[in-house]
Each structure stands twice: as C-alpha cells, then as structure tokens.
Design a binder for this molecule. Structure first.
Ligand code: TYD
Ligand code: MG
Length: 455
C-alpha cells in the first residue's frame, strides 16, 4: 500500500466511519455492513481546495437572486415536487428501486428542456448509447439540444461538462461513477461521497443544475451512504409497486421548497404520464357495498389526497393474533387497535387484523387514524360504511379525536370528488363551517365516530 494512505471501515448502509471492523454498526444497527476502504485524505482535500478562489464575505443586499429563476420542466408533477421548477446550480438526488422509472423520468425531463431550447447533457454510466436510444424512441421526439454521453470517470465528465456548458446535466447513476483520486471501487461509500462532492462543486461553481440518480437498498436507503442526503440540495424518491402502473415521486428534502410534496405518475407504453387528479386515481376500483373499507384524506405537502383504507378482521386460529399493515406504520395500527380495545370495548385480542392502504401508496399522516379505526370497526362488526363518506382526524390514546391541519382543503377535496358527508374532529369545525353542499359530522371521540357509521 502506498505511504500516506490509510484504511478506514465504512458502514455501507449509513456511512458510519470506524478505524476497526465491527460486526454491528453503532449508527444504524445494521449487521455485517462494514467494508474496508483505502482513503487518501490529503489528496481528496487538495482536490477540493484546488479550484477554490477566495472571495470576500458579502452582505445580504449584495447577493443577487436574479439567477434563481426556476427552470420549468413542463412536467407539472415534477415541478411541484421541486418547489416550482429546477433552481440553477442545484444538485438533486433522485432515488428509487431499480426499474422504477428514474432513467425514464429524467430522459423525459431532458426532452422537455431540450424542446424549450435549453442545453441538456445526459451522462449514463449504466447503459450504452443504443439502449438510451431505444428508450428515447418510446418516449417521443428529441431535438439536438440534448447530448448523450456514456462515461464513468469523473475527471472526464468534469471536462466534458465544462466544454459543453449545459444548463442541466443528468448523472445516471452515482453508483457507477468513478473518481481516480479515491482508490476504492465504484459504488462504495467513499467513492459515492467523493463523486457527489465533485458534482456539487461543478454545480455550484458553474451554475449548472445536476440531477443524480441513486439506487436504493432493500430497506429504502439510497445505497451506501445516507451522507449523500446531507450533501445535496434536494432528495426525491421515486416509489411505487413495480407491478402496478403508477409511480409516486416524493420530495424528502428540499432546500428550495416544501418537503413531503408528492407527484403522481403512471407508467405507460410511451413513458411516464402525469396523473393530474391523484384522488380519483387512487379511488378507482374501490369495492361497492363491502365492509372494512372507508375513504380517508391525507395531506401530501400542500395537496389533499383521498385514499381508501381497507381492514380485514377475522377470527384467529392461533393464540397470538396476526397483524399486518401495508402502506402505513405497523406500530401505529397496533396502537389504534389497543385504543379500540380499551376505549370502545371491542374485543380484538382474538382476531387477526390486516390493514391496507389500497393502491400500494404509503401514508403516514396521523390524520388517517380515524379512517383506520373506522375501517377496523366496520370489518369487525361487518357493517358497510356509506361509500359517499370521508373521514379524517388524529386519534389520541384516550380515544379522543384530535384536530388536524388544513381541514378546509380536505373537505373541499371531498366535495370536489362528489362525497356527501365528512366525519371530522369537532375542533376542526370552525375552519369548515362555511363550506356548503356537504354534510359535516363532527366527532369528539371514537365512540361518536363509530356511531356515525352506524356500527
Ligand atoms: P427505467 O427508467 O429504466 O428504471 P430505472 O432507471 O429506475 O432503473 O424504467 C424501466 C422500466 O419502465 C422498465 O421495466 C420498462 C418500463 N417502461 C415502460 O413501461 N414504458 C416506457 O415507455 C419506458 C421507457 C419504460
Ligand atoms: Mg436507470
């Protein structure tokens, strides 16, 4: 080994650094995740400082924000998640399972931007030019403002970006990129971290907006380092069931806008199409006259989305009842069942319970608590809930139904989609009194709510 270099062990899950090998990571508790990597800290530090030209500190008034005008991608759902478009000089990480459609989405972004007369560079380390062309043919027509480049060496990429000077660049994917100054293999923690550092510098110094594609591991982290999330300006996750056609783009970090905003897409034969009205989409296929099903409302960023919550409560054949929760937090479902048992005197301890957010979307907002509770009661008592009813509200440990934010938007969304009544917390009534044309059923606790559905 060359003099001056030392080896460090990195957790491949979270990026935890240690001077010796460990069986379990103290940071993220993953087992057997430490991998030895050679680091040459001196060289990396030099590389960072090389292109730094020292400037004097400035006052806020001196900073011009003219350049911060957003670049619209003409994909409304993506612009929304980004907070109104791409910010010049920003670095955005797009994570997601393999095959979910990251490359497709970004190629569509490139097509739109090129169509608007902006220079775009798409750099792929995963696919050959031919493969990209095959995808491009499915998506549509491209003009000459888009250039493609297959490369994994970051030094070359830096030179090409400087020469081409595009407005937007896509790097597909960060796990294939290779920085010669770091001796470990592509995809390893130090490689991914250094590469992102280099791209960050390119973005900030040249004012180029860069999209980085990152693959995620089994448990949903961007492969290898969580450190990546701290370095970039925005983190978007592309999720959804591979077997279903819709895809959800979720903003989990955004330095230029609100987080938790989602964009909904559908994977079609010719690329991704926006779903402009997700509630309608999520509710299509809702069964009629079935017990254990209710429509709830969750706010995703600034937009209310109606979803169907399903529950199946069946007698258990074993001593320990089975419980599962798909699309929401398992522990939350257990807690709500305990509340039902204690506060509404439902004997659930001898029943298996399966709770599912239909459509495979993940929702964790506490406002869906009331929906989960009512779905479970409906299935347990085998009572069909009126299909034109929506419920929302947070449920507390004493069985009280608590206020949630943005009640007005939720009720308006329900009204827009033709629902006739809404079960909501009493404390929210003030903000929605003026809405006409929909029946408002205010409830104080879960017993009232259960009475509302006639169970
Ligand atoms: P891709 O963008 O290659 O995924 P990622 O880059 O996240 O790994 O998505 C590929 C999948 O999308 C593949 O299973 C085929 C499907 N697809 C369509 O259904 N329609 C299309 O028009 C395109 C381009 C891909
Ligand atoms: Mg891809």
């Amino acid at each position: 080994m060359a003099k001056g270099s030392k080896t460090v062990f990195f957790c491949q899950e979270c990026g935890y650094e240690s001077s010796k090998w460990m069986g379990q990571c103290p940071g993220c508790k993953a087992w057997n995740s430490f991998v030895e990597e050679v680091v040459e800290s001196k060289k990396a530090a030099q590389a960072l400082s090389r292109s730094k030209n020292i400037e004097a500190p400035v006052t806020i008034a001196e900073i011009s924000t003219e350049k911060d005008a957003r670049i619209q991608t003409n994909i409304g759902e993506l612009d929304r998640v980004l907070g109104g478009g791409i910010v010049a000089g920003s670095l955005t990480l797009v994570g997601g399972d393999p095959g979910i459609g990251k490359s497709t989405l970004l190629l569509q972004v490139c097509r739109n931007l090129a169509g608007l007369g902006r220079k775009v560079l798409y750099i792929s380390g995963e696919e050959s030019l031919r493969q990209i062309k095959l995808r491009a043919v499915r998506i549509g027509e491209f003009n000459n403002n888009l250039k493609l480049f297959c490369e994994t060496n970051l030094d070359t990429i830096r030179e090409v970006i400087k020469r081409e000077n595009p407005e937007v660049t896509v790097i597909d994917s960060i796990q294939t990129m290779y920085n010669e100054e770091v001796s470990s293999a592509p995809g390893s923690v130090s490689q991914v971290r250094e590469s992102t550092g280099v791209l960050m510098q390119i973005a900030k110094v040249l004012g180029i907006s860069i999209f980085i594609v990152g693959h995620v591991t089994k448990d949903g982290n961007v492969a290898g380092p969580r450190v990546l999330e701290h370095m970039v300006d925005s983190v978007l996750y592309f999720e959804g069931d591979r077997h279903a056609s819709y895809r959800i783009l979720r903003g989990v970090k955004n330095r230029f806008g609100s987080t938790n905003e989602i964009g909904v897409f559908e994977m079609c034969a010719n690329g991704l199409e926006e779903v402009k009205n997700p509630s309608e989409f999520m509710l299509s296929g809702k069964p009629e006259g079935a017990s254990g099903s209710i429509v709830a409302c969750s706010m995703e960023g600034t937009r209310p989305i109606l979803i169907e919550i399903q529950a199946l409560v069946a007698p258990s054949n074993f001593g320990i009842p089975r419980r599962t929760a798909a699309g929401t937090d398992f522990n939350r479902v257990n807690l709500l069942m305990a509340v039902l048992e204690k506060r509404a005197r439902l004997n659930l301890s001898a029943s298996d319970a399966y709770v599912n957010i239909a459509g495979g979307i993940r929702m964790n907002e506490p406002a869906i608590d009331l929906g989960i509770i009512l779905a479970i009661v409906s299935s347990y008592r085998d009572v069909v809930i009126d299909e034109k009813t929506v419920a929302f509200g947070e449920v507390g440990l004493s069985g009280e139904v608590r206020a949630v934010s943005m009640a007005e938007q939720r009720v308006q969304e329900a009204k827009k989609l033709g629902f006739e009544s809404v079960i909501l917390p009493c404390a929210c009534m003030k903000s929605v009194e003026n809405i006409k044309g929909i029946r408002l059923l205010a409830v104080d606790n879960i017993k009232d709510a259960i009475r509302c559905i006639g169970a």
